[in-house]
Ligand binder design. Structure first.
Ligand SMILES: C[S@@+](CC[C@H](N)C(=O)[O-])C[C@H]1O[C@@H](n2cnc3c(N)ncnc32)[C@H](O)[C@@H]1O
Length: 157
């Protein structure tokens, strides 16, 4: 679902935030994204260690997805074809959430988007006129708990 809506480009760069055990990472690779073209940011050491073993050629960074400018290091100026996020955004303040979405969208190339996984019925963040829009995917019923992907795009100038 995230890959369908994120439309990552195998010839561009893809950013995954909060990969956890690597379910989406594996799907990205299976869909044709080369490991070398994938940048993943994971906060927790045990997930980082697990991912390093599973995907040795992925550009894996242990750090905070809410501080991408510092976390991304050599990829801080990279324009990504898509950003896919599994980081929990419902637990942070609305202000921080909005800054996070705008930060992610500033890192996608034209036509790219941010897909955010969420288990809430309503969008974790409303559209912000002049900045970004949000759309929802259908429910992913086979996911436990059932989830949904929210698709954020920069508002056209
Ligand atoms: C809901 S899980 C993602 C599930 C993942 N798609 C999977 O299949 O395992 C959220 C992940 O985001 C990570 N995370 C939480 N806060 C983070 C942050 N600020 N920066 C980076 N990763 C974070 C967690 O450690 C966890 O791995």
């Amino acid at each position: 679902m995230m890959i369908k809506h994120g439309r990552p480009d195998p010839e561009g760069w893809t950013l995954e935030l909060g990969p956890g055990t690597g379910v989406i990472t594996e799907e990205l690779i299976r869909s044709g994204i080369p490991q070398e073209r994938l940048v993943c940011v994971e906060f927790e050491q045990h997930f980082y260690d697990l991912l390093k073993k599973r995907f040795p050629r992925v550009n894996l960074i242990r750090g905070d997805a809410f501080d991408l400018q510092n976390t991304l290091g050599e990829f801080a100026d990279t324009k990504f074809s898509a950003v896919l996020s599994g980081v929990p955004v419902l637990l942070i303040s609305e202000e921080k959430r909005r800054r996070f979405i705008e930060d992610c969208l500033s890192r996608v190339r034209p036509g790219g988007n941010l897909t955010q996984l969420s288990y809430s019925f309503t969008s974790p963040q409303k559209s912000v006129p002049g900045s970004f829009t949000v759309e929802k995917s259908p429910w992913v019923a086979f996911n436990l708990p059932p989830g949904r992907v929210w698709i954020f795009e920069k508002e056209a100038a």
